[in-house]
Structure formats: structure tokens, C-alpha cells
Design a binder for this molecule. Structure first.
Ligand SMILES: *[C@@H]1O[C@H](CO)[C@@H](O)[C@H](O)[C@H]1NC(C)=O
Ligand SMILES: *[C@@H]1O[C@H](CO)[C@@H](O)[C@H](O)[C@H]1NC(C)=O
Ligand SMILES: *[C@@H]1O[C@H](CO)[C@@H](O)[C@H](O)[C@H]1NC(C)=O
Length: 327
């Protein structure tokens, strides 16, 4: 059911994209800087706890607060939860806590809820000036992702709740490092997907996780290091946004699985969306490769490899090194 919705949606998308797919993405990096290399196995292993943390965000807030959510929680057994929020099936869930093994504060963001976020929000809007003080107004992001992060009415208060919990975690535990994780797309949606696929479980985990990773340092002491590890993130903003993210002193990694269509949406050509740097892609042969630059055009990387004909939405939840995103 969901899969056929995906294909209908992708078919619609390809109709809009037709004729522009042939236009190559602008290449601002030299071939050497763009070189795709296999990831050392030690780095793949090091991602594993974060993969479980991203999957954990699918669990209900009561179970992440108590850290009794089953397989996902058991995979990171030393975690000390600080606070969880969100209303199941109504808004984005999140949790914040401390991992003594990694000596880091972890922020997990779940998918949002479809009925509230589906509409014509694919348009690009400036960042909220209160959450992102001093950011160039030419930096534009997806209206739906921005709204999900910054609802000013309950129960959408995820941004202030997350920042208060991060401050509390930093005061309770001896670390200055914060890693924000999440999986999935959000409703990059066109009207077509809302009409054709009203029950498709889209999420905003990875997209709003990136927004959180960018805004958190603006509200935390300068000695705090914020890092972002997102799974299957769609494009979040425009070229100025991608450049802005790359200019910040935050480490950003997007891990993408095979022919998952989400990382290549919304299309560059139609809506002017671009990814910041930091893709890691799992190839069809299960080799993990590092794809430097923004939207690396190599056929080993999502932007170069995934198109309407070969995209495979069943690969969206993973598995990522054996972890499938679900509670
Ligand atoms: C959330 O929605 C799912 C799917 O419709 C349903 O199975 C589940 O019971 C709902 N959970 C709550 C707490 O309402
Ligand atoms: C904290 O983050 C910084 C910068 O990313 C890194 O160099 C350092 O090793 C991290 N510290 C710990 C304890 O992980
Ligand atoms: C889509 O992905 C699934 C899961 O990896 C795989 O089993 C299936 O063969 C793929 N479909 C195609 C057409 O490649």
C-alpha cells in the first residue's frame, strides 16, 4: 500500500522533473575533493550506537524517558535519560540524555505526524529569527520542517523543550559534546502525496535534527561541540542554507541506504533544494562510502546514483549495518 503510494508519488515527481534531470548540478569542487572513498570499518562500527539512537526516536516518549523501549534501548544500555517530549501520533517525539560510554549528550528526534504537517510546505522560507538569531535572510529552509521544529502552540514546543533538556544534561554530566540524531524525511510533500497517500508514515526526524543541530549552538556556551548524524535525510534548504551549514563548526553526517529516494528529494532542479556536505552512502554491495561535497554527483553517491527509475522506497528504513529504523 505504502509502496505503491511511493511509486505513484515518484511518477508524479518525475513528470515535473522531466527535461531538467539532464542539467548537471553545479560543481564547485575539484575532482580530487569530490573523490569517493570506502569508509574504514572502524568508522562504520563507530556509527552503530547513533544508528540505534536514531531508531530509538521512533519509540514513545514514556518509554524513552524510562529507557525501557526494548531492543533499541537495550542496544545502548548505559544511557541516562534526562527528558523526553512529544505526543504520540500528534507531534514530533524527542528525547535527550547522556551516554557515559560515548561521554556525550544525545538528542533524538522522531518523525513528525502526517496529518498535521502535510500540505504545500515544500516552499522555502527564512529561518525563525528567534531560534536562529543573526542568520542571513537569504538562507531558506523547507517551510514544513521549520514549522515542525518551531510550533509556537502546544504541543509543538519541541525547540524550547529540547534546548532546556540539553542545558540540563550538560549541567548534570561532565561533557561538552552533543550529538543530534534522526531518521527520515518529513513531508517534503507536494499536494500529490497528501492526496494519494494520506496514511503514508512520513517523518521529519533527520531533517529537523539538522535544524536542531544548527540552532543549538546559537543558544549554548561556545565551548559546547554539536554534531549531527542523520539517516535518510531529504534536502532541507536552498543553496545558501547548504553553504551556511557547511560554514558552521558543526560536524554533519548524512547516512543513506542504497536507492532510497528520500535523500534526493525535493529535487535540486525543480525546487532549488541542496544538501550540505557530509554524505555517507551504503552502496548496493553493502560497502559504505564517503561522498564529500554537497550533492556529490558520483554514481556511488545518492545524488548521482538514485533516480526515478531505480529508486526503491523499501530501502528507506534501512537496514543500516543491521539496524532497521523502527521501535
Ligand atoms: C498511533 O497510530 C498507530 C497507527 O495508526 C496506531 O496503531 C497506534 O495505536 C497509535 N498510538 C496511539 C498512542 O494513539
Ligand atoms: C568532543 O568533541 C570534540 C570536537 O568534535 C572532539 O575533538 C572531542 O574528542 C570530543 N570529546 C569527547 C570526550 O568525545
Ligand atoms: C528493493 O529493496 C528491497 C530491500 O533491499 C529488495 O529486496 C528489492 O529487491 C529491491 N527491489 C528492486 C526492484 O531492486
Amino acid at each position: 500500500m505504502a509502496t505503491s503510494c511511493w511509486f505513484t508519488f515518484l511518477a508524479a515527481l518525475s513528470v515535473i522533473s522531466i527535461g531538467v534531470r539532464a542539467v548537471p548540478a553545479p560543481r564547485t569542487l575539484t575532482a580530487r575533493q569530490n573523490a569517493v572513498t570506502p569508509l574504514p570499518s572502524a568508522e562504520i562500527v563507530a556509527f552503530k550506537p547513533y544508528t540505534w539512537y536514531a531508531s530509538t526516536a521512533y519509540c514513545e516518549p514514556s518509554s524513552t524517558k524510562a529507557w525501557n523501549c526494548g531492543e533499541n534501548c537495550n542496544a545502548n544500555p548505559t544511557f541516562k535519560p534526562v527528558e523526553s517530549g512529544g505526543v504520540v501520533n500528534e507531534t514530533q517525539n524527542w528525547y535527550v540524555g547522556y551516554d557515559p560510554t560515548l561521554n556525550e549528550v544525545i538528542v533524538g528526534l522522531s518523525p513528525g505526524d502526517l496529518p498535521f504537517i502535510i500540505d504545500l510546505e515544500v516552499i522555502l522560507v527564512p529561518l525563525d529569527a528567534e531560534l536562529f538569531p543573526g542568520v542571513d535572510p537569504n538562507v531558506l529552509v523547507h517551510a514544513g520542517f521549520a514549522a515542525t521544529q518551531n510550533r509556537h502552540v502546544p504541543p509543538w514546543l519541541s525547540a524550547p523543550g529540547v534546548i532546556a533538556a540539553v542545558k540540563e544534561a550538560l549541567s548534570l554530566y561532565p561533557t561538552e559534546n552533543v550529538t543530534v540524531v534522526g531518521h527520515s524525511l518529513g513531508e517534503f510533500s507536494l499536494a500529490v502525496i497528501a492526496v494519494l497517500c494520506p496514511h503514508l508514515p512520513l517523518g521529519t526526524g533527520a531533517a529537523t535534527a539538522l535544524l536542531h543541530a544548527v540552532y543549538l549552538p546559537l543558544h549554548l556556551p561556545s565551548d559546547v561541540n554539536v554534531r549531527y548524524i542523520g539517516y535518510a535525510s531529504p534536502r532541507v534548504g536552498n543553496q545558501a542554507w547548504a553553504n551556511y551549514v557547511d560554514s558552521l563548526h558543526i560536524s554533519t553526517t548524512r547516512i543513506n541506504n542504497k536507492e532510497d529516494p528520500v535523500p534526493v528529494l525535493p529535487p535540486i532542479e525543480v525546487f532549488g533544494y541542496h544538501h550540505a556536505s557530509g554524505e555517507v552512502r551504503i552502496r548496493d554491495d553493502d560497502i559504505w562510502v564517503s561522498c564529500p561535497g554537497q550533492d556529490n554527483p558520483s554514481d556511488q553517491c545518492s545524488t548521482g546514483a538514485v533516480n526515478f527509475l531505480n529508486s526503491n522506497a523499501t530501502q528507506h528504513p534501512g537496514p543500516y549495518d543491521g539496524v532497521t529504523m523502527q521501535c
